[in-house]
Design a binder for this molecule. Structure first.
Ligand code: HEC
Length: 395
């Protein structure tokens, strides 16, 4: 509770405006959305909106190939349509992708295109954008583009599936194998997780967070759809205003885990809802030029960002795109109360010289970043204004 009060205070002190920067309006329709799919007519009348998804640069994968393939990633413009029937929320997303990567069978080197939708379980504060954080869990719905894969038991629960290249392990001839693929092939990879940060993701295997998800590729564009209930075992979005975030993986660039493009928390309001969530408000004003100097003086010894690489590699999250996928309130909170959200994505043992946090015997994480709660109001506002400029250009 204490944290929320602090955050609310910080927001009002630092002049966050009442306008949601990037927001999505879900039009109310009378159609039963639990029965629609990606091709339904109901989408035709829906208003097209857009948002930007930025390359996630917080965590660099330890894979030279992936680093090289993603070094010059630009931000992506995503088209979105949103509908609600009062019971369900439905999003139709469209994004450009010059290659259609469908993951076929099990292979450690096959990467499919895919997308994910994140929804916070608690609506009193913003979770870490990279799939939630300790104490601020999210539901993640993940859909990957997959081809037919053979699951020996037919239960659609085998992850390490078999493909034609290692069929010998099953001592079957090719015809039998192909027959099995046809009969038992699972063409769909769709999962729901509860997550309090990367590597804490628990798959939801009962039907409590069911969603209808689909992907289809045509003329250099992916379309992806999700329809799910506003109210379920873990979520209650029935007040009609809530944050959502979207992530997109490009198989061609071997995207997986943190190598992806990611939106900030976007405010969804179902047509007619007048609930306000102040943490989605954006900041007015601030002198980004002065903020740049504040950043250089206070932050560049630990954080790398854009061409500033004074800090050693891996010392702290790379902030080159932080302004793209972070909301102003999250930035204010990160600077003044680093322990409110400790970036959970990094394995504390991966680079033992620079752990990002310590863990006590109760498992509580404490950030290595000192709280900058003594910065004066102007410096903080300027700093956030500068951080908001840190983002890749749109492709
Ligand atoms: C002593 C090193 C250090 C200094 C100095 C430091 N940070 Fe950090 N910062 C970290 C570490 C480590 C993390 C990751 C753990 C966490 O979330 O607190 C982090 C996390 C962050 C995050 C969250 C990143 C994300 O991907 O969500 C932001 C934003 C941030 N710092 C901004 C700043 C700013 C702005 C300053 C200067 C006022 C600053 N930091 C100074 C070490 C530092």
């Amino acid at each position: 509770m204490k944290k929320i009060v602090i955050l609310a205070l910080t927001c009002s002190l630092f002049g966050l405006s009442s306008a949601m920067a990037e927001s999505i309006v879900a039009s109310k329709v009378s159609d039963d959305l639990s029965k629609i799919n990606i091709n339904s007519k109901v989408w035709q009348g829906a208003k097209e909106q857009s948002f930007i998804a930025y390359p996630q640069t917080t965590i660099e994968m330890i894979d030279a190939d992936v680093i090289k393939l993603n070094a010059h990633n630009k931000a992506k413009k995503i088209l979105v349509k949103a509908l609600s029937d009062g019971q369900n929320i439905a999003f139709l997303l469209k994004w450009k992708d010059s290659s259609n990567n469908v993951q076929e069978g099990y292979s450690a080197t096959a990467y499919g295109d895919g997308f994910a939708v994140q929804l916070p379980i608690k609506l009193d504060s913003l979770p870490y954008i990279g799939m939630g954080s300790e104490g601020r869990p999210v539901i993640v719905h993940l859909q990957k583009a997959t081809g037919k894969t053979y699951e020996p038991n037919g239960n659609k629960d085998v992850y390490h599936q078999v493909n034609a290249s290692n069929q010998n392990a099953f001592e079957k001839d090719l015809q039998t194998y192909k027959g099995d693929v046809t009969a038992l092939g699972n063409g769909d990879y769709q999962r729901a997780f509860i997550s309090e940060g990367f590597r804490s993701m628990t798959q939801i295997k009962d039907n409590s967070e069911d969603a209808m998800m689909q992907m289809s590729y045509s003329k250099g564009m992916w379309s992806g759809v999700i329809v799910r209930k506003l109210k379920s075992a873990n979520l209650d979005l029935s007040k009609g205003t809530f944050p959502v975030a979207f992530a997109f993986w490009d198989g061609d660039k071997k995207n997986r885990d943190g190598a992806k493009v990611l939106s900030s928390w976007l405010g969804v309001s179902v047509q007619g809802s007048n609930v306000k969530l102040s943490y989605l408000d954006e900041m007015n004003g601030g002198d980004a030029k002065n903020g740049e100097q504040v950043m250089l003086d206070n932050c560049s010894s630990c954080h790398q960002y854009k061409e500033i690489k004074n800090a050693p590699n891996f010392m702290a999250p790379n902030l080159s795109n932080i302004g793209g996928y972070s909301n102003a309130s999250y930035l204010v909170e990160s600077i003044t109360h680093p322990n409110a959200v400790v970036v959970p994505g990094y394995n504390v043992n991966a680079h033992p010289s620079y752990p990002w946090y310590s863990v006590d015997d109760k498992g509580v994480r404490t950030s290595m970043m000192p709280p900058f709660d003594s910065l004066d109001k102007k410096s903080l506002t300027d700093l956030v204004a500068y951080l908001k400029t840190l983002k890749a250009e749109v492709e």
